[in-house]
Design a binder for this molecule. Structure first.
Ligand code: SF4
Length: 333
């Protein structure tokens, strides 16, 4: 289903005279890794290497690994351009997927009852068909609002797991959002960021479901509990990721100062992957503040026995930001 753009990639490799190419694939494309390398090798003279580490987003670029194998080009599949400072030349291939717009909108229609104004949002895989989806909804009598470009997301109505600014900007004008895309990760973030009901329509399975108020309330309760628990801590580990698009050293430094002014102590911990096993042995710290991908914390993916909060939640904890104001921050790029 994915448009792998083999001809375009081959042309780029030939044009640049690339000799050693590192291929970065998201998990969904890894079962086709050999097929992709074979196709590229048949069309070019370059040697290809597979990157086997994480590839969570356009933030997660394998410059360190590229340097280690002396790559002169990185091909990053499945995400949109996010990092401007390219240490090794880089090509992003969005891996777009076409879907049957009419069929999907027909499946979603029963879930949209009672809505007059619908906000449309999607990921880079499907943004090329968003206008077609909007026209289809309009024919059914809905008024449709599509946000502009986001802060990190470059196409109209496009969202990233950490950038819903396009949808946040139009949230006041809609009754709810129709999200087109697979999985719960993006529609959940859309609901967290906009506090609007979200109907998610999955073009891969044609399944449709709603993310409603009860899910949002559970999220808020979970995060409030973590913030309250962190409030009791006096020694904090401030996590900084070395992934190029997640590295927020300045924010971490400012935060350490802010914590100090509030009578707390804090030390920066530099990590590649924010995972429980990388944090467990830092047993002196009573709580952790994350400046890396906000979704690791918001989605509760780290089962730490100590509180872990995002940097903007730390500002909520210190009384410097309001509740929703703080969460919105890390979800708007
Ligand atoms: S949500 Fe996390 S993994 Fe996805 S692009 Fe943003 S920082 Fe990267």
């Amino acid at each position: 289903m994915y448009d792998l753009e083999i001809e375009r990639v081959s042309e780029e490799v030939r044009k640049r005279g690339s000799r050693r190419v590192l291929l970065q694939l998201p998990d969904g494309l890894r079962p086709r890794a050999f097929e992709i390398i074979k196709s590229l090798s048949e069309r070019t003279d370059a040697e290809y290497f597979l990157h086997g580490g994480s590839c969570y987003g356009g933030c997660d670029l394998a410059f360190h690994q590229g340097e280690a194998v002396n790559a002169d080009l990185i091909i990053h599949y499945g995400h949109d351009k996010m990092v401007l400072d390219e240490k090794i030349p880089l090509i992003y291939i969005n891996a777009r997927v076409n879907f049957e717009v009419d069929k999907l909108i027909d499946s979603a229609s029963p879930f949209l009852k009672g809505w007059g104004r619908i906000g449309l949002a999607t990921t880079i895989q499907h943004s090329h068909q968003l206008e077609e989806a909007a026209n289809c909804l309009k024919k059914k009598g809905y008024s449709v609002v599509v946000g502009g470009e986001g802060k990190k997301a470059h196409e109209k109505g496009q969202v990233l797991g950490c950038d819903y600014s396009s949808s946040i900007d139009v949230a006041a004008k809609v009754d709810g959002f129709l999200f087109i895309g697979g999985g719960r990760f993006h529609p959940l973030g859309l609901a967290y960021a906009t506090r609007k009901p979200v109907v998610a329509a999955d073009p891969y399975t044609l399944t449709v479901y709603t993310i409603g108020e009860s899910e949002l309330n559970r999220f808020a309760m979970r995060r409030m509990a973590a913030i309250e628990a962190a409030r009791k801590a006096s020694l904090f580990g401030v996590i900084v990721s070395i992934k190029p698009g997640q590295l927020k050293m300045k924010i971490a430094e400012q935060l350490r100062e802010t914590l100090k002014s509030a009578g707390k102590e804090a030390v920066t911990i530099c990590l590649d992957e924010v995972q429980v096993e990388n944090l467990m042995n830092f047993s002196e710290f009573e709580a952790f503040v994350n400046t890396a991908c906000p979704r690791i914390v918001l989605d509760g993916d780290i089962p730490l026995p100590k509180p872990i909060i995002n940097w903007d939640e730390a500002l909520i904890m210190l009384g410097l930001k309001g509740w929703w104001e703080g969460w919105k921050e890390s979800l708007q790029g």
